[in-house]
Design a protein around this ligand. Structure first.
Ligand code: SF4
Ligand code: F3S
Length: 91
């Protein structure tokens, strides 16, 4: 599966959610999550993120590994997001 990592935190550009064919993005207050059981690894979302926050789970940088577990834990208990909205980062 793919994983939303540190650069998304406090940004939430949400460009990623509109391209996902299986709508597996879920929204936390500061960051988005990908549901690992729903992601089909199509990679459509990867180039959409302006801050390069999305990685395949095997390619998550060492210092961001905790995000793998965070996505898996939080996605199932967060609301689905499928439409782009105003980012948190005001730029
Ligand atoms: Fe969705 Fe594809 Fe990104 Fe997985 S890799 S979250 S299926 S767009
Ligand atoms: Fe976050 Fe990038 Fe999507 S900042 S909301 S992973 S486009």
């Amino acid at each position: 599966a793919h994983v939303v990592c540190q650069p998304c935190f406090g940004c939430k550009y949400t460009d990623c959610v509109v391209v996902c064919p299986v709508e597996c993005f879920y929204e936390g207050e500061q960051i988005l999550y990908i549901h690992p059981d729903e992601c089909i690894d199509c990679e459509a979302c990867v180039p959409e993120c302006p801050v390069e926050a999305i990685f395949h789970q095997d390619n998550v940088p060492e210092d961001q590994k905790p995000f793998i577990e965070l996505n898996a834990e939080m996605a199932p208990q967060s609301p689905s997001i499928t439409e782009k909205k105003e980012p948190l980062a005001g730029n």
